[in-house]
Ligand binder design. Structure first.
Ligand SMILES: C[S@@+](CC[C@H](N)C(=O)[O-])C[C@H]1O[C@@H](n2cnc3c(N)ncnc32)[C@H](O)[C@@H]1O
Length: 250
């Protein structure tokens, strides 16, 4: 297996492939006031195995297209929606978020948790805007500084990993510069990282290593993920995922 295949394998059979929680998804949804709307058309971009997709399907009246680059995650989502009787409400689409071919103004809501960084926040909000109806909503979570200053070590790390890392004020400015109006913002709690994402991942390390005969590459994947966890533990007071909910301007 390649390193990418191993990374996918480590993240399979988990509720989420990134920090987040049911509470966070529902909190973001609450900003939208869409609970009584009918026949909504929703895209969930970078859905992974669909932790948030299932919640959206349960809480909204309409149809969701869940998009991800990797069929392994979409297969899991299809299995879950079958078990829950949600197949009428959820379709999956294997495609890159960079290369979507939806119609202009097709969606009432575009959702994306912990995934837009794959193509960059500003690029993503620009690219996806055309698919949103005027007055439609965008809900995205994105790595965000939660203090005005921070130790050099973490600043340097994130700047080299993801140069777009920034404060919420600057992310909101980007939204406004691109014809979106913010309707709500919060950032994810430490529990959404540790209890909901990192601890379940750590519990999968041992079976994962066994499955792959403790190979050098499998050990590297575990070490890399453990290093990410250690970094978060050390600097968790300085960054999180900010959840941005915005409306496309008239
Ligand atoms: C951190 S995970 C978040 C998954 C899910 N939204 C969640 O919060 O559990 C990022 C997701 O983006 C997907 N992804 C990465 N690059 C992508 C691309 N170019 N197009 C579509 N999806 C992509 C990954 O497969 C993964 O499922």
């Amino acid at each position: 297996m390649t390193e990418l295949e191993l990374i996918i394998d480590l993240h399979k059979n988990s509720v989420r492939q990134g920090p987040g929680s049911e509470n966070d998804t529902l909190k973001a949804l609450d900003f939208l006031n869409l609970q009584t709307s009918q026949n909504l058309k929703v895209a969930d971009i970078g859905s992974g195995s669909g932790g948030q997709t299932i919640l959206l399907a349960k809480n909204l009246n309409g149809h969701i297209t869940a998009i991800d680059l990797f069929p392994e995650f979409l297969d899991e989502l299809n299995e879950k929606s079958q078990k829950l009787g949600l197949t009428e409400k959820i379709d999956t689409l294997e495609k890159s978020m960079d290369n979507l071919s939806f119609k202009s103004e097709e969606f009432d809501l575009i959702w994306s948790e912990g995934a837009i960084y794959n193509i960059g926040f500003e690029n993503g909000i620009k690219k996806w805007k055309d698919f949103l109806k005027v007055g439609g909503y965008l809900a995205v979570s994105e790595i965000t500084w939660i203090t005005q200053s921070r130790p050099n070590e973490i600043e340097e790390f994130w700047k080299s990993e993801y140069p777009e890392v920034d404060t919420a004020a600057n992310k909101i400015k980007q939204l406004e510069n691109n014809d979106y109006m913010l309707v709500g913002y919060f950032y994810l709690s430490q529990d959404s990282w540790i209890e909901n994402y990192y601890k379940p991942m750590q519990a999968r390390f041992e079976p994962f290593l066994k499955r792959h005969g403790n190979s050098e590459l499998a050990r590297k994947v575990v070490e890399d993920n453990q290093a990410e966890i250690d970094l978060y533990q050390k600097f968790k007071d300085y960054y999180s995922y900010g959840f941005y909910v915005a409306r496309k301007n008239e």
